[in-house]
Design a protein around this ligand. Structure first.
Ligand code: FES
Length: 111
């Protein structure tokens, strides 16, 4: 796919953010992947995109196995990987991703 916003990718990989599954472009950073799933809010976050501000801190596991130790990382530096499980987000990321992370609303059946 060619979109100047993203590094070239052939497929989407599945990651988990705060317990919710998303498909995002491979070969891209986590922060760019967050922009892929929430293009209307991530650009308004106070992110430097170059590893200086620390506003994009996350804690992640590379897989969903018990032996995968959680590790701190910067979302603007770390590339996504299939099965990556992002278990903690900085306050800025929580705010900018709040629209996609909130539980889906169930509507009552139409009568
Ligand atoms: S966006 Fe500033 S350190 Fe990652």
């Amino acid at each position: 796919m060619s979109d100047p916003l993203y590094r070239d990718y052939e497929r989407l990989v599945e990651i988990i953010i705060a317990g919710k599954k998303f498909k995002v472009p491979e070969n891209n950073t986590c922060l760019r992947a967050f922009q892929f799933i929430s293009p209307g809010t991530i650009p308004y976050g106070r992110f430097c995109w170059n590893q200086e501000c620390q506003m994009c801190r996350v804690v992640l596991k590379l897989g969903n196995q018990a032996e995968d130790a959680p590790r701190p990382a910067l979302a603007c530096k770390t590339l996504v990987a299939d099965g990556m499980n992002i278990i903690e987000l900085s306050a800025e990321l929580k705010w900018t991703l709040s629209g996609v992370l909130k539980p889906s609303e169930r509507r009552p059946p139409v009568e």
